[in-house]
Write a protein that binds this ligand. Structure first.
Ligand SMILES: [Zn+2]
Length: 97
């Protein structure tokens, strides 16, 4: 059995959330300390970032698992993200019979 799948990336989600938090803190600190135009620009930039959200369907998954003729169970899993470069791979075999 082999499957290919495109899905959201946990690292991209984390990076996006961290970026939004940084911008929100900067906006809070800027309140009353910068001019109205600059504050509005910061707020609009944050709103655009929030509307855009994190990258979608950037992570590819490839996986398969089987039991061969000798009774060895094998699982093979690979994933990588085209947006942030996240990669993970897991391979394991076990004598099932
Ligand atoms: Zn990613």
């Amino acid at each position: 059995m082999r499957a290919d799948n495109w899905c959201d990336c946990p690292r991209c989600i984390r990076l996006y959330e961290e970026s939004v938090n940084v911008d929100m803190e900067a906006l809070d600190k800027a309140y009353g300390k910068v001019g109205a135009d600059e504050f509005i620009e910061m707020k609009e930039a944050l709103d655009r970032k929030c509307c855009k959200g994190y990258p979608r369907d950037t992570r590819r998954e490839d996986y398969e698992f089987w039991i061969d003729d000798t009774g060895v169970f094998t699982v093979s899993y690979k994933t990588s993200c085209s947006a942030c470069g996240f990669k993970y791979e897991y391979n394991e075999s076990d004598q099932a019979l």
